[in-house]
Design a protein around this ligand. Structure first.
Ligand code: ZN
Length: 126
């Protein structure tokens, strides 16, 4: 009996934790649309959106309202689903680019060293 009580309680708190997480993410939606989130928050936000259909739906609605109104004012045609998925893709790309930039710098350095070695060896041959 005691055990059953315990499992029930722990399951409840897990669901509550998820609800809290959703509340946090929902609050971030306007900031995400205005691009005001820092990188680690943005990553957290995007990861949650990919797993949580209710938050993704909320994002779609708010994105439609904010971005849709803006493009209507400009007289542009607006495709919500395409615009939103492109935006999400772009944000992921930015996050990945920032991380791989560091690796890229090393690659450039290695390439420069290789070129220098090649030029040196040419001189040695001549
Ligand atoms: Zn959620």
């Amino acid at each position: 009996m005691q055990f059953m009580k315990f499992t029930r309680k722990s399951r409840q708190s897990k669901a509550e934790q998820r609800k809290k997480e959703c509340k946090k993410v929902e609050k971030m939606i306007p900031q995400f649309i205005r691009d005001e989130l820092d990188d680690s928050t943005k990553k957290h936000f995007l990861e949650h959106i990919e797993e949580c259909s209710s938050c993704k739906e909320e994002l779609s609605i708010q994105y439609l309202v904010m971005a849709g109104m803006a493009s209507l004012e400009k007289g542009e045609a607006f495709d919500l689903n395409r615009a939103l998925s492109e935006r999400i893709e772009l944000e992921w790309k930015h996050l990945h680019t920032k991380r791989s930039l560091q690796n890229g710098l090393y690659a450039v350095e290695a390439g420069a060293m290789l070129a220098a070695a090649l030029i040196l060896s040419l001189f040695v041959v001549v």
